[in-house]
Write a protein that binds this ligand. Sequence first.
Ligand SMILES: Nc1ncnc2c1ncn2[C@@H]1O[C@H](COP(=O)(O)OP(=O)(O)OP(=O)(O)O)[C@@H](O)[C@H]1O
Ligand SMILES: [Mg+2]
Length: 282
Amino acid sequence: MAVLELRNVTFKYQLAKENILEDISFSIEKGEFVALVGKNGVGKTTLCSIMRGLIPTFHTGTMSGQVLLNGSDISEMSMGDIALHIGFVFQNPFVQVSGVKQTVFEEIAYGLENLGVERSEIIRRVDEMLNQLNINHLRFKHPMQLSGGQSQRVALASVLVMDPEILIIDEPTSQLDPQGTEEVFETIRLLKDRKKTIILVEHKIDWVAEYADRIIVIDQKQIVKDAPAQAVFSDPMLLSTGNNLPQVALLALKLMKSGKAVFDEIPTTLEDAYQQLKGRVR
Ligand SMILES: Nc1ncnc2c1ncn2[C@@H]1O[C@H](COP(=O)(O)OP(=O)(O)OP(=O)(O)O)[C@@H](O)[C@H]1O
Ligand SMILES: [Mg+2]
């Protein structure tokens, strides 16, 4: 059974003239790592809010269709029940900060505290997160006095520490440097190894190509492609939706255009390109 399924979802924000999303359907199995891709303003964050049940409850508008979480319609579930299953990392990390805690440590511990988890277990899990996301040096800092990138890591930690079965993560690396970006992707990989279901919105296509299994491309209110990462990122059609292809794929396509068939198939990851090339170059 799918852990999360959308059936013919259409949504229009209250004051908008047109629908933002139309007839969106897909289903996600347990343990899948799916990336949502689309240009700015296409409705990715809106779609995340729909999956998390924040639409149409908090952000009002007109919605039709269904969202099923483990087979149950989320419109019949409470926000709290949904939150037990779905962890949501907001695009803007400052939105995630509780505003009631004095240190990063306490901030990350907040959700577990609310669930009444035992203190020693809270400390163990928060420590694990601080190390995992390389933010141990921030543990005594005030959550409101962090840089954008630091805040982004703390926001991610505060959701991951809850250990939800499904994670919806909206642009977690937008304010991070290359090292921070790699650490976040490595963290997401660990989650995948633990059979978590992951839905990620991310513009850094090279990273998405290296890590995600399946890509859903949104353009002009609809899903225009839903396929394995290799298939999506080797197809120049993606360029026409305002998204980039991975650098290695662009290189391979350029070589191909100039009549140099160096690759058997368009590589989408560095490893893929390396495997195809290593026997051929002197
Ligand atoms: N609460 C709201 N009320 C009305 N319109 C909204 C609301 N929130 C977002 N929108 C509009 O819906 C459209 C889609 O926004 P959304 O944030 O979902 O896009 P996105 O794909 O996440 O973009 P980005 O890549 O910039 O994060 C935008 O035109 C935006 O202005
Ligand atoms: Mg967005």
